[in-house]
Ligand binder design. Sequence first.
Ligand code: DGJ
Length: 705
Amino acid sequence: MAAIDCAAGGRMWLLHTASTSYALALTAQDAPKHVHWGPPLTLTQALSVVGPDPEPANSFDGAADGLEELAVDGGPRFGPPSLQVRFADGTRAFEWLFLGHEIVEGEGEALLRLDFRDRHYPLQVSLSYRVLDGVDVIERWTTVTNSGDIDVVELLRLDSAAWVIPPRTGYRLSETTGWWCAETQARRGEIARGETVLTSRRGITGHHANPSLMIDAGDAGEEQGEVWSAALAWSGSWRITTARTSDDRVSVTGGFGHDGVSWRLQPGETLATPKFLGLYHASGFGGSSRAWHDYAVKHVLPHNDEIRPVLYNSWEATAFTVNDQQQRALAVHAADLGVEMFVMDDGWFGRRTNDDAGLGDWQVNRERFPEGLKPLVDQVHRLGMRFGLWVEPEMVNPDSDLYREHPDWILHYANRQRTELRNQLVLNFARAEVADWALQWLRELVGEHGIDFLKWDMNRAFSEAGWPSNTGDPDRLWIEHTRAVYRIMDTLRAEYPGLRIEACGGGGGRIDFGVMARTDQMWTSDNTDAYDRLEIQHGFSQFYPPRAMAAWVTDNPNFLTGRTIPLPFRFHVAMCGALGIGGDIGTWAGEDLAYAREQIQLYKEIREVVQYGRLYRLSPPAADLTALSYLSPDGDRAVVFGFRTAGHYGRADAAVRLPGLDPAAQYVDEDSGVSHHGAVLLSHGLTLDLPAGDYASAVVRLRRV
Ligand code: DGJ
């Protein structure tokens, strides 16, 4: 059960998660130092490891670098600061003065807040920790307040938290990096001495690095070994710095805004960071991933009681050339396949007939939809499906009425060019009137048409991110823009409780726990090639759960890679997440449609296990045989996916061992009726009966008898 103890005269705290402990204490100087993050300890045990305050080893070393809960710029500290301020007189150092703490134990959670202030200047700093019943993720964030009434305090860096990794050797860092159409590529390597920075300077979470990482001592595997992991719940630009000192202390500090972004804290103003989440797990990378999924499903995704519907999306079928008749025809085909939500993508508004015009003009294109959208929406509803619509609220094409009317609404500098990417510019949502305008047209669009689902896209990085009319503190747009996006999503959801949202950032540019808290699924990648997807989905699954991973079956040859892959393989890869269909189904052959119908039905039978189950990654990505298994929370059902990408003469597929099963139980294959001993599946594995050749795949359903 989540709980928090306090000891040492109110100067030491011990946090209990479902199966781990976390402890911190104050030094004699009131600085919060880290004590423990790992297996469960009692208060007495934790007190025994508090130890003396760290001392510098010599006149060139810091006392506590890599050992503090929030490293400040000030005193003998030489690591990357989590908090860096500049006071009005130019002083940069912060000195901790402890004011007190509060523990609030609520239903299913416990919250600890430590309050401090600077010893001289009017700056208050609070560190917050939240633990939740049944999960091991610890939520942390920092709040600062300018408690003076005259001077501004400049925040040069304000991270959410620092995570201290216990003393080990052989540290490795696992992260996911990538690029557009190749997001979340999992990478693992030794942590270099010095600082390793993962960051996005793009204004969005980004395709190039995900704000999440795992650290182990070089000895963890997929299912064994200690792993410390962290993820930032934020969808704007960010920075996470992993520091490894020469004497092998490792710590991670992270927060919103990239290097150089500052915030001028006005007298009386408070700034709260997003959450930086941390998890210790003793069952390897796979166990850590499952713990993150569990946390996401129980505490982040807004509707954990709802199964994700099978959706159809028009993008790859009709691109920008949508019209009423053609979308209605697609909807009929989709309903016939068993699709439950029909989503019309880009091209329905303004003069948006390609990507160089119309963004910002959110009126229905009457040439394409003479009666508006209502007839299409009604038809989709009559067909028994929900209706979803693509929007990209944060963007504008220069060739649009909106831009002609409000050329100053975009991020720009007075004397710099306005670089267009995908022929578009970024609206400055930090400006209240711009965010209000977006909220207004979105609420009208949703309300007037009875829209059930929005695909909220975002297709370019920030550049020339200026705000000329805000001469006092233009930098705050980096944070305020994302906060406005969150506010609009939250408001829409509150006003339309039936509305569901998909986060999309030109594919997987917005995948993080911040956006996840106000959306229902995330678009994983614009790359829908099933072979490439195996690797992308492997990376996605390190932190984010299968039910939030939107995955479509699209056409051959793949529009991006030109690859041709059999339909079963394409289906099975997409069935590993929230299944969608994205092909031009009006042109599919009869046998493909029949197969699609069958697979959608199969997905509906297994999706509870896929969307709520425990995921075991049974092979490294890009292996000849990739296998995954999902085990239902009660352990009664398992769904196993096998993918052979390349067949080799004379080489049989290895059997796949299925962790997590009950060795004493029998499991029956629901299709073949063959019965298996749990102990044998655990130790010798299951031989997947894959068809011969390349791109062969299978789904096996096992039920405990
Ligand atoms: C990028 C998205 O990722 C695609 O799925 C599609 O919605 C296009 N934008 C539309 O412009």
